[in-house]
Write a protein that binds this ligand. Structure first.
Ligand SMILES: O=C[C@H](O)COP(=O)(O)O
Length: 315
């Protein structure tokens, strides 16, 4: 079955049709992808453009805490930081969203109410996803009922890697239905997918099933986000829009800690998917400890000196 001739409506009728479609996608040139990501990662941005890039990156952060030891107090402090990242400088943009476990959604929703900061929650038995579909759907519905604007779900990697593509598709579609109006980010956990071809296939599978965003990683598996994997996902959303007219967002997450790295991702977005994606509606950076470096670099550009990490509250 050729990607050019297949009707997308027919693709999800069985494992066999999904397999034919996904394995009919062009293979990823691994060396080429690594090299292109490395080259784009060396592009430098100067002064004004850098200041704009830092503010854009701040506005794209999903400020995240996903620890077993998370408390309501920690979540409230994180939410305060999400709304006013730099209390000494009201011109610092707020972040896109806070991202928490489902049991802390209500706390987060109360803390950011009326500010424009969204609440994202990792439902579906994050990070492993190893539970029944009934539990995943209930986890999602409860998170939305508690106030989540966005649901970050994990795919069933075991099913994907054993070729049970229809199961993965149907789970995503069921979680999407349970999410209702909430936006659905589908985490591929690329560090467990073994090949770049699989990253491309999982990206298409998630988009076909209704993902609003595709996300690299949970942050609990190494490697997490990388530039080459994000490049492949950006190509996928670009090609998916060309084929269907529908735009899907991209979220690298896990291990992104410096402003320098964040800017590399923005260059990659611009050069791969295009500037339509340079917007928090279409591109996010999932990170627990990136924001302080963005704020430090922002202040350095404005004042010519670093304030030092102690100046900002903890990420
Ligand atoms: O979704 C975001 C990740 O869980 C955060 O990972 P990180 O702690 O490496 O920034």
């Amino acid at each position: 079955m050729s990607i050019l001739t297949t009707s997308l409506a027919e693709v999800a009728s069985s494992d066999a049709t999904l397999r034919a479609f996904l394995h009919g996608l062009p293979g990823v040139d691994r060396v080429g992808a690594d090299q292109r990501a490395a080259v784009l990662g060396t592009r430098s941005i100067k002064t004004t453009a850098k200041a704009q890039a830092i503010d854009l990156a701040i506005s794209m952060v999903d400020l995240t805490t996903l620890e077993g030891a998370d408390t309501p107090g920690k979540v409230r402090a994180m939410c305060a930081k999400a709304v006013h990242p730099d209390p000494s400088d009201p011109s610092a943009p707020r972040v896109a969203a806070v991202c928490v476990y489902p049991d802390l959604v209500a706390e987060a929703a109360a803390a950011v109410a009326g500010t424009g900061v969204k609440v994202a929650s990792v439902a579906t038995a994050f990070p492993s996803g190893r539970t029944s579909l009934e539990v995943k759907v209930a986890d999602t519905a409860l998170a939305v009922a508690a106030g989540a604007d966005e649901i970050d779900m994990v795919i069933d990697r075991g099913a994907f890697l054993s070729g049970r593509y229809l199961k993965v598709y149907e789970e995503i579609a069921a979680v999407k239905a349970a999410a209702g109006e909430a936006h659905l980010k589908v985490i591929l956990e690329t560090g467990e997918l073994a090949t770049y071809d699989n990253v491309r296939r999982a990206s298409w599978l998630a988009m076909l099933a209704g993902a609003d965003f595709i996300k690299t990683s949970t942050g609990k598996v190494s490697p997490a986000a990388t530039l080459p994997v994000t490049l492949i996902m950006l190509e996928a959303v670009r090609d998916f829009r060309a084929r269907t007219g529908r735009m899907v967002g991209v979220k690298p997450a896990g291990g992104i800690r410096t402003a320098k790295d964040a800017i590399k991702y923005l260059v990659l977005v611009n050069e791969t998917a295009g500037e339509d994606w340079l917007d928090p509606a279409w591109f996010r950076l999932g990170a627990s400890s990136l924001l302080n470096d963005l704020l430090m670099q922002r202040q350095k550009l404005a004042t010519g000196r670093y304030a030092g990490p102690d100046y900002f509250t903890l990420d």
